[in-house]
Write a protein that binds this ligand. Structure first.
Ligand code: GNR
Ligand code: NI
Length: 179
């Protein structure tokens, strides 16, 4: 087996209204070196941006891959989790609200209510199928990231008025960037 050393790189995060954030991502068919490089780069990008999670479409890669680290600053250790082809197999009736943000919608924070407890099935970086439970912030993060793979964003849970205001603001910013 070929082993090569490479440097992880921070990739560019894309913002709304980029259409790639509204596209359903493709399942990963084979876990190969390209997927490992993608995941390493996603962690590097997420940690640099100080996010709790990142989905591949946010760096313009339309594949069903997400990374997360919901450990808080007081935790001694990091808790990096990568999921390939994640599927949520159970949602609790009980809900919980968190102030959510998204690296693709900078500086917008809104309280969003979601199921508090979930089960998620996914393939890990070693190609093993894992099924686990999650609650609290991790459950929220997994739901937020899986939504990205389906072209869904947290602002879709807001009232239409609020959502349209946010979209307009970012359309204006994009026009200004394009000159
Ligand atoms: O950094 C992020 N914070 C966050 C806060 C509450 C619920 C979900 C998240 S995920 C987000 C990073 C991001 O945009 N992931 O897609
Ligand atoms: Ni996000």
């Amino acid at each position: 087996m070929e082993e090569r050393i490479y440097n992880m790189s921070v990739r560019n995060i894309i913002y709304i209204p980029d259409k790639r954030l509204r596209t359903v991502a493709e399942p990963v068919a084979e876990i190969n070196k390209d997927i490992h490089i993608l995941i390493d780069d996603m962690f590097e990008t997420m940690y640099k941006a100080l996010g709790f999670g990142l989905a591949a479409p946010q760096i313009g890669v339309l594949k069903r891959v997400i990374v997360m680290d919901c450990s808080d600053e007081e935790d001694e250790k990091q808790d990096p989790i990568a999921m390939i082809n994640p599927e949520i197999t159970f949602f609790s009736e009980e809900k919980r609200a968190y102030k959510e943000g998204c690296l693709s919608i900078p500086e917008i924070l809104e309280e969003i209510e979601r199921p508090d407890n979930i089960r998620v099935k996914y393939t890990n970086i070693d190609g093993k199928i894992i099924e686990r439970e999650a609650d609290g912030l991790l459950a929220t993060c997994i739901q937020h990231e899986v939504d990205h793979l389906n072209g869904k964003l947290f602002i879709d849970y807001l009232s239409r008025l609020k959502r349209d205001r946010i979209i307009k603001k970012f359309q204006k910013l994009a026009r200004r960037r394009a000159g």
